[in-house]
Every structure is written in C-alpha cells, then in structure tokens.
Design a protein around this ligand. Structure first.
Ligand SMILES: Nc1ncnc2c1ncn2[C@@H]1O[C@H](COP(=O)(O)OP(=O)(O)OP(=O)(O)O)[C@@H](O)[C@H]1O
Ligand SMILES: [Mg+2]
Length: 216
C-alpha cells in the first residue's frame, strides 16, 4: 500500500506541514488516508484533534511500533499512509524509511538547513528507497538560491523534487486551526503548490491522482 515517509533530521523544516497537506490531498482525492505520527511532540496528532471531520485519521505510535501500526492501518482499510517523524530521530527516521515506498525530505534552502541535510543523506544512502528533497518555505524570487541549494543536495547524492512550497502564510495559518491551505484559501498559491505536489507524489507511487474503483 502506498506509504510516504516524511523525514528530515532538522527541526522545523516542514515535515508535519507536508505530511498533513499530502494526507489531506489524498482524502480529497477520494482515498482513505491515515497519518502515522511517530513524533513525541505529537504535532500532527494535535492538528487531527482540532479538525472537525477527523479526516485524515491521525494515529500516534512510537517508532518501534511503526511496522505493526502500518500493518494495522492497512488492515483497517487505509489506502494511503503518510508517516510524520521527529527531528533528530534516528530510529524513527530509519523505521519510517524502511516501511515507505516513497521518502520525502523537506528542507529549507538556507545554509544551516543544507548542512543538516548531510545527516539525512547518510540515512538515505543505506535505504535504497526512492527519496527526494522537497524545498520548503522558499522565499519569493529566490530562483538562484533554489538552484544552488539543489546542487548542494545533489552533491550529497540526493534527488531533488521538481516542485517546492513557497514561504506562504496559508501554511501556518491553516495548520494552527486544524485545517490545510486549500480550506482557508481555495484559490491561493499554497493550495496550488500542494495540488501539484500530490499529483507528482501519486505518479511516483504509481497510483491515480484521483481514486477510482479500479485502484481498489
Ligand atoms: N511553506 C511554508 N510557509 C510558511 N510557513 C511554513 C511553511 N512550512 C512550514 N511552515 C511553518 O513552519 C513551522 C515549522 O513547520 P513544521 O511544524 O511543519 O516543521 P517540522 O519539520 O514538522 O518541525 P519539527 O521538526 O519540530 O517536527 C510551522 O509553524 C509551520 O506552520
Ligand atoms: Mg513536526
């Protein structure tokens, strides 16, 4: 079953934001989607509590229980699973990568964040799973910065997703109220970026962008 791990050793890189937005996109596309939150900070779980419809379902789980929790979610009918992980969490990141079909590594394009990518790249080197850096919170008119950051990531042996998220208020404003960007600004740029990333991720996973019965 399509399982996406969101992994980055750096705190505040956008892991939870990416996890919530991808899982909610899957729900809007008609999939039964679950987020598995392995972060003791339980940010994704708190967001789930704030949501009116409790979709996607958010399941908290310690990293050592990840394999069985994914299995239980699958048997419970989940069709897409997104795993959120803590920063500095070697075990959590390793376990998440192990069960994933696709690994996304959100990172800001700034020097300290790129430096921290080295630790994540080390983890990926052993994983042999499709893994892509997703630049997040990219300031407007920063194409040169983005190009240089992409080169740094590639020099570490990491593949770079062709899409990124800009620095947009809709991401943090929506998360703070248990929502996602499209729910507070349906026509906004953040919503467009999320839609494009979900379309790209579903292609990577080999599933339809929109659920149809033939996917069952
Ligand atoms: N593209 C963006 N534009 C603006 N704000 C963003 C963006 N992405 C994330 N943020 C904000 O940055 C902060 C950190 O994001 P988030 O919690 O997703 O990071 P994280 O990697 O999960 O952090 P941690 O390592 O602590 O788990 C949050 O307040 C979030 O709303
Ligand atoms: Mg987080």
């Amino acid at each position: 079953m399509p399982t996406i791990a969101i992994v980055s050793q750096k705190g505040g890189s956008g892991k939870t934001t990416l996890a919530l937005h991808l899982a909610t996109s899957a729900v809007y596309a008609g999939y039964r989607a679950s987020i598995i939150d392995t972060d003791p900070q339980a940010t994704a779980a708190a967001w789930g509590d704030w949501r009116g419809d409790f979709l996607p379902e958010v399941i908290t789980c310690p990293p050592v229980r990840l394999f069985s929790t994914v299995d239980r979610a699958r048997r419970g009918g989940a069709q897409v699973i997104v795993i959120d992980t803590p920063p500095h969490g070697d075990t959590a990141s390793r376990e998440a990568v192990r069960v994933a079909d696709l690994v996304l590594v959100p990172t800001k394009a700034r020097a300290f964040d790129l430096h921290a990518l080295e630790a994540t790249a080390g983890l990926m080197a052993y994983a042999s799973k499709p893994a892509h850096v997703v630049f997040n919170a990219v300031p407007a008119r920063a194409s040169r910065m983005l190009e240089e950051a992409a080169k740094s990531a590639q020099a570490l042996g990491l593949s770079v997703c062709p899409l990124h998220f800009g620095e947009r208020a809709a991401f943090h404003r929506s998360s703070a109220s248990g929502e996602v960007a499209i729910e507070i600004e349906p026509e906004g740029k953040a919503a467009g970026e999320v839609g494009a990333l979900w379309a790209w991720a579903s292609t990577q996973l080999g599933i339809s962008e929109k659920y149809s019965n033939s996917d069952a």
